[in-house]
Design a protein around this ligand. Sequence first.
Ligand SMILES: [Zn+2]
Length: 214
Amino acid sequence: MSERAISLPVKCLSCHEELSTPIVCDGCHTLYPVPQSADFFDLLSIGRTFHLDEGLLARAYRSIARQIHPDRFGGDSIEAGNLSTRLSAQVNQAFATLRDPVKRAAYILEIAGGPSAAEVREVPGALLGEVMMLREEIEQAQAKGDDAAIARHRGAIAKRRDETLEEIAGRADGLWEASDEDKKGFRVLLNSIKYFDNLLTELAVNPLAANQDH
Ligand SMILES: [Zn+2]
């Protein structure tokens, strides 16, 4: 858990009811702009951890999205309508980020002060050679129309991706206390996911498959 000092609003300025999310009051439906100190976890009122309950996250999202929906504020002032539209976009982005384990891990790294993919482009040392070899094998299998080999590669790559994600999951909640070196290592690990995803995409779109019936 983060030890960040946060100063989120705790009470509604209109009705003084306690706020369960920093952007909307359950009681009087007053909207508030996203406080600067709030992150996506705060927006969705969910604990700041990689290992979140996905069902809880989805329920929190649906509840907040409903409360701030622009349809509810259409008849109000232009300011309220605009704020509702802006908040909805932010809440949608928060949900899209937190529901996806890879995006969630990258986001935790970001708010823990770790490097972005643009700042650290490295991947684990052995990965490039491994990917190059796999790509050759895949091209050969695709050229031969060897569906069994293609399926085997798909399974093996998906497994490597899962294993990498497991390692990411095991380290993500330690990022708050991690050294810069460890944060960089986490970024390197995260970068490898897109190599597996690219390979899986290549396997999904076999350029020769369409011609096989001819
Ligand atoms: Zn209120």
